[in-house]
Design a protein around this ligand. Structure first.
Ligand SMILES: [Zn+2]
Length: 440
């Protein structure tokens, strides 16, 4: 008998659920407002024309962007680039008798980066930290040990006393007050370190200083919502660096390793297509020689496969790396604007919030008379994940108007009809308060 119940009960339950699904169906839509794709406009390095030219174009179109900034170029910043570690001369003196090896290499490369890029030591003008960093990333240790030995030898021979000194204050073009105004129109500012080092060439203490001291200035000046997203400079994928950043930032643009993503990195020319993954995270970076037709094709392909298209811009109108003309930016954004009924343009933070909330939120539905109650909840940190989700709930065909109530929010919805089904589409916040839909 027990066995029979064991077989029958799940079957009956499935039958009951599938029957009850017909009048009582609700789903969280893939993208906000039921759109077909999401485009995120991101900018790296905070070069002048991103603020002077791109932001006004975006504000005109009502598009929010994500700006990965180096905080040392923003007037009013508290934290300056430095070297975190033992006195530099202790490290240099040790290098005279102890060759570079895996135990000391990162302390030495961190010191070299400080002397080379922050102090601009003339002895190191030919040192390329990106080359050292990418060699470490690729495991070419012997080559780096040799390079570092040569550099330490050169520094020791100068008989100079190297030490950490207060950083030079750069000439500021923008202040935190400017950024506050930009943030007020919906733009996200995000962590791109204090001074743009190749993080693979730094030890843990210096990686954490560069990222977390940047984050501290972002938080003090713009607030918590601007501390959630980070991009390690040079678009690196170094796992040692990524593992340090994952637990400290919910959203990392370098990598999106969540298992619901098919991830196509900027360096990967795979095209989005049909996939078993729930979402496609497609990163593209238009450069000065990227054909405009290719840029618009990225948008079209994203619409075809419900993609999250993450665009990475650098220079604008002659200022910054691989600068695009402001006119190209204007035309391109206008092209996206024309498709706004299908495309959600969101900051990196908001798009990621929406996706994680949707994946993690469970909905429950009950119906009594002319009232439908929808509860939605997840175990995510509500301080971070605070975006409303867009839901679609079926209602009876004779519901001409629907009142929505969630907590103190009361709105009126007009049901839509498609393929003989009536439904309402609405935003709701996951949490304790159920959504009550009542026939009017
Ligand atoms: Zn950068």
């Amino acid at each position: 008998m027990k066995r029979l119940i064991g077989i029958l009960l799940p079957t009956l339950l499935t039958l009951f659920i599938s029957c009850s699904k017909i009048p009582l169906q609700t789903e969280i839509l893939k993208w906000k407002d039921g759109k077909s794709a999401c485009v995120t406009l991101t900018y790296d390095d905070g070069s002048d024309n991103q603020f002077d030219l791109a932001i006004p174009i975006m504000d005109e179109l009502g598009f929010p962007g994500t700006f990965f900034i180096n905080t040392n170029i923003i007037g009013g910043t508290k934290n300056f680039p430095t070297f975190v570690g033992r006195p530099i001369m202790d490290i240099l003196n040790e290098s005279k008798s102890q060759p570079t090896d895996s135990a000391n290499v990162l302390e030495r490369t961190s010191m070299i980066r400080y002397l080379c890029e922050i102090q601009n030591a003339p002895e190191l003008k030919d040192v390329d930290m990106s080359r050292i960093g990418s060699s470490l990333e690729r495991g070419r240790y012997e080559a780096v040990f040799k390079m570092v030995d040569e550099i330490c030898n050169k520094l020791a021979k100068t008989n100079k006393t190297f030490k950490v000194v207060p950083a030079e204050v750069p000439e500021y073009h923008f202040s935190w007050d400017d950024l506050k105004k930009f943030a007020a129109t919906g733009h996200e500012f995000a962590d791109h370190t204090i001074s743009h080092p190749y993080l693979s060439a730094l030890d843990e203490a210096n990686i954490l200083y560069e990222t977390e001291a940047c984050k501290e200035d972002l938080e003090n000046n713009l607030g918590f919502d601007h501390t959630l997203t980070v991009e390690a400079p040079f678009g690196i994928h170094d796992d040692r660096v990524m593992q340090l950043l994952y637990p400290r930032y919910p959203f990392l643009r370098n990598r999106a390793p969540d298992d619901f993503f098919m991830e196509i990195l900027r360096s990967d020319n795979t095209l989005p297509g049909k996939t078993d993954n729930e979402y496609i995270h497609w990163q593209r970076g238009p450069l000065s020689d990227t054909p405009y037709s290719q840029m618009t094709a990225w948008v079209d392909t994203s619409l075809k496969y419900d993609v999250w298209l993450v665009l990475v811009f650098h220079g604008i109108e002659g200022i910054g790396w691989e600068a695009l003309p402001a006119e190209t930016i204007r035309n391109y954004f206008s092209y996206i604007k024309e498709k706004e009924d299908q495309i959600w343009v969101a900051t990196y933070r908001d798009a990621y919030k929406y996706i994680r909330e949707r994946i993690n939120t469970k909905t429950e539905l009950s119906k009594t008379g002319s009232k439908i109650s929808v509860t939605l909840d997840n175990n995510l940190d509500k301080k971070i994940y605070n975006l409303p989700l867009t839901l679609k709930t079926l209602v009876s065909g004779n519901w001409a108007k629907v009142q929505l109530k969630q907590g103190d929010i009361i709105t009126e919805l007009k049901p839509q009809t498609e393929n003989g089904e009536s439904f309402v589409i609405y935003d709701a916040m996951p949490g304790d308060e159920p959504v009550i839909l009542t026939k009017q």
